[in-house]
Design a binder for this molecule. Structure first.
Ligand SMILES: O=P(O)(O)OC[C@H]1O[C@H](OP(=O)(O)OP(=O)(O)O)[C@H](O)[C@@H]1O
Ligand SMILES: Nc1ncnc2[nH]cnc12
Length: 172
């Protein structure tokens, strides 16, 4: 299945110069959605993943479904102010702005093998901020999974991420 053809591209959204990769066209297609979740499961089923950590909001959709298939727990990373208990926070830059994300302090332990899943890797700012949060909890191992990787964006943040085993389905 050609997933790239199913993901819609919107020019100049949310700001001029950005070509927005809209995964809603993939999510509404039952076989494409199924294929994406199955491929994440297939790639990580023998890695002993105990928790999937996903990013608000688009990361939650496939992250939640893959956690179910992998028999792993699901841990949300949310935008600032949305998690009710004690949190740790990290601020970062992304392709079209800046933000702060948080995770619950008691969400992970040093026994966890973590898969960080998000829909898309652009500058890597969001993924690196997520990694910094997860590593504060001294987990055993971290893997990454993205539906899309905007490979044409190259910078130092992505070099850090290249030290971690990563699974990507669609490259631009
Ligand atoms: O690699 P980066 O340059 O950091 O960009 C990638 C991030 O940008 C988008 O999230 P956004 O903050 O727009 O949130 P959303 O999922 O709630 O739409 C996307 O879902 C990734 O999380
Ligand atoms: N080009 C893009 N399309 C969709 N989501 C994004 N997040 C950051 N850059 C993006």
């Amino acid at each position: 299945m050609n997933l790239k053809e199913i993901i819609r591209e919107i020019p100049d959204y949310p700001v001029k110069g950005i070509s927005f990769k809209d995964i809603t066209t993939l999510l509404k297609d039952p076989s494409a959605f199924n294929e994406v979740v199955n491929q994440v499961h297939e790639n990580f089923k023998n890695k002993g993943i105990t928790k999937i950590v996903s990013l608000e909001s688009r990361g939650f959709i496939v992250g939640g479904a893959a956690a179910y298939l992998l028999n792993a727990g699901f841990v949300p990373i949310r935008k600032k102010g949305k998690l009710p208990a004690e949190t740790v926070a990290e601020s970062y830059e992304l392709e079209y702005g800046s933000d702060t994300i948080e995770i619950h302090k008691d969400a992970l332990t040093e026994d966890d093998i973590v898969l960080i899943h998000d829909d898309l890797l652009a500058t890597g700012g969001t993924a690196l901020a997520a990694l910094n949060l997860v590593e504060k909890m001294n987990v055993k191992k971290v893997y990454f999974s993205f539906i899309c990787d905007l490979k044409f964006i190259e910078n130092g943040k992505k070099e850090v991420l290249s030290n971690y085993e990563t699974h990507t389905l669609v490259e631009y």
